[in-house]
Design a binder for this molecule. Structure first.
Ligand SMILES: Cc1cc2nc3c(=O)[nH]c(=O)nc-3n(C[C@H](O)[C@H](O)[C@H](O)COP(=O)(O)OP(=O)(O)OC[C@H]3O[C@@H](n4cnc5c(N)ncnc54)[C@H](O)[C@@H]3O)c2cc1C
Ligand SMILES: NC(=O)c1ccc[n+]([C@@H]2O[C@H](COP(=O)([O-])OP(=O)(O)OC[C@H]3O[C@@H](n4cnc5c(N)ncnc54)[C@H](O)[C@@H]3O)[C@@H](O)[C@H]2O)c1
Length: 467
């Protein structure tokens, strides 16, 4: 067995996804000796298997959909989908899943890069094992940052584990669209990728266990998506539990639902959420329950503060369970960096977390849903505006489905949440995000002039309903 080498650093960052890379780079630029540990690709899920390649696929699919909308509005056009340019663009954006550019960028910022799997082996120590079995035990003088992200959570459905199912990773690397696709999970991954493949000609079936698609968002978002996805040709099953899964080389996958449906497809995409592996991380070494769903953090993202000369332990990104988004990981990285450098500044605040599901129409949302606001016993009033009935909706014509829904707390007189669904729904969200984040008083918002005829003008229409 190879000997364990010993090393020290001011800061050890474990996991170099969007947040870990940002934190490591900034701390090194501030003059600290930073060891950055990554077992996969520097940059993490987002640039190689998540946000970026999936949005390239969504954009290519969106072009096809727009092309098909020309008929009856602006002439005639023959649309022949071709997956190859989309796959080529994905390969280009990911450098064919090679992180050399990212590693060079990181090292250029002054980070000492260690390729390997990091495991907590003491309160102040991370042991890094490379694929050859070599180990380095790195003792942190000042801080350890845990930024290990998440991986797909695979439900324990009988038969599933033995099959060659896809997760987002295989779907993103697809060299051709499947002949047919069964999607398990009607969340962001399942709906974005399902709709994209559908528009390239794949018959798609979505199976969602809860009553609604995007169950954490407003019910109106589900209603809208159910309508447009069904119009796209996607078969949607909600409140559907898959009891078992079978796979045969010739016929592909068959999923047997508990209420009797038998669903067959060439490919099965499992998109049922994410999990973080705290056992593999060695969380017990820092007295954290390694069966927990996330690392417990305080408002400064500390798992354990620095005490008695021992380094502080910080966490950021998906592993904190505060919202699995790249912007969350980057936001938390800023709080962590300020904490380690002793710069002060505001703690983390989650009252205005924005999120966008990049279906067509896009579902943007920020802050609380109506249900969440009522659960908190706020004095809730809501406003709703239908985009297709707005001036911009009427000029936009086909593809104008969408709505704006606002959630106000009348006691504090501010918006506490909202949803902007529709064409460019994620962009329209910007205005609402500012209002919820900055707690702009309703009295001030009501005086705002909303440009005519824009989609965001529907925010003004919905505000009038709140009164
Ligand atoms: C298909 C898909 C689409 C998405 N689209 C969007 C989107 O449009 N917008 C958005 O905001 N978010 C999106 N997300 C979510 C986003 O990708 C994640 O929230 C984000 O990547 C999380 O960043 P992170 O820094 O927490 O960690 P990750 O990106 O998960 O990176 C963690 C890194 O740590 C490494 N690691 C793990 N354990 C160890 C260890 N023990 N030792 C060493 N290294 C380790 C991993 O290899 C990985 O590189 C999408 C996700 C998916 C799957
Ligand atoms: N545009 C974006 O920002 C974006 C895009 C993709 C992913 N993400 C992030 O990645 C995370 C993971 O995405 P995801 O879509 O895998 O997870 P998700 O949690 O958003 O959705 C998973 C869905 O699967 C359902 N489900 C769970 N178990 C099931 C089962 N056995 N049978 C049927 N349905 C089941 C859940 O009810 C849920 O609706 C998201 O939560 C999000 O934070 C973000």
């Amino acid at each position: 067995m190879a000997a364990v080498r010993a090393d020290t650093a001011d800061v050890v960052v474990v996991g170099l996804g969007p947040g870990g890379e940002e934190a490591a780079g900034r701390l090194a630029e501030a003059g600290l000796d930073v060891a950055g540990v990554e077992e996969g690709l520097v940059g993490g899920e987002c640039p190689y298997y998540g946000c970026i390649p999936s949005k390239i696929m969504v954009r290519s699919a969106g072009l096809l959909a727009e092309g098909r909308r020309i008929a009856g509005h602006a002439g005639t056009v023959m649309v022949h989908p071709d997956w190859r340019p989309a796959a080529r663009a994905v390969r280009g954006a990911t450098s064919d899943w090679d992180d050399k550019i990212a590693v060079d960028r990181l090292v250029g910022r002054g980070v000492r890069f260690l390729r390997g799997s990091g495991r907590l082996t003491a309160r102040d120590e991370v042991t890094v094992a490379d694929t050859d079995g070599n180990e380095i035990a790195v003792r942190a003088r000042q801080a350890i940052v845990l930024a290990v992200g998440s991986e797909p959570a695979i439900p324990p459905i009988p038969g599933l584990a033995r099959t060659p199912y896809w997760t987002n990773r295989e779907a993103i690397r697809a060299e051709e669209p499947p002949r047919s696709l069964l999607v398990l999970g009607g969340g962001s991954v399942g709906l974005e990728l399902g709709q994209a493949f559908c528009r390239f000609g794949t018959p798609v079936t979505v199976v969602e266990g809860m009553q609604r698609l995007l169950p954490r968002e407003e019910p109106e978002a589900h209603e809208l998506l159910l309508k447009v996805l069904t119009e796209d040709g996607i078969e949607v099953h909600t409140s559907a539990r898959v009891g078992s899964v079978e796979y045969r080389d010739r016929s592909g996958f068959t999923a047997y639902c508990e209420r009797g449906e038998r669903l067959a497809a060439e490919r099965l995409l499992v998109a049922t959420g994410r999990r973080s592996d705290l056992i593999r991380l060695g969380a017990l070494a820092i007295d954290v329950d390694d069966e927990a769903a996330a690392l417990p953090v305080d408002e400064r993202l500390r798992v354990a503060p620095p005490v008695g000369g021992r380094p502080g332990i910080w966490a950021l990104g998906d592993v904190t369970g505060k919202g699995a988004y790249t912007h969350m990981s980057m936001y938390q990285a800023d709080v962590v960096v300020r904490g380690i450098l002793g710069e002060g500044g505001p703690p983390a605040s989650y009252h205005a977390v924005p999120r966008v599901t990049f279906t067509d129409p896009e579902i943007g949302a920020v802050g609380l849903t109506e249900w969440e606001a009522r659960e908190r016993e706020l004095v809730v009033r809501t406003g709703y505006a239908d985009l297709s009935a707005s001036a911009r909706g009427r000029t936009h014509q086909i593809g104008n489905d969408g709505f704006v829904k606002l959630v106000a707390d009348m006691l504090s007189g501010v918006l506490v949440g909202g949803t902007t669904a529709g064409p460019y729904g994620g962009e329209v969200l910007g205005a609402l995000s500012v209002a919820v984040h900055a707690r702009v008083p309703l009295t001030v918002l009501r005086e705002q002039i909303w440009a005519y005829p824009t989609f965001h003008r529907a925010i003004g229409d919905a505000l009038r309903q709140i009164g």
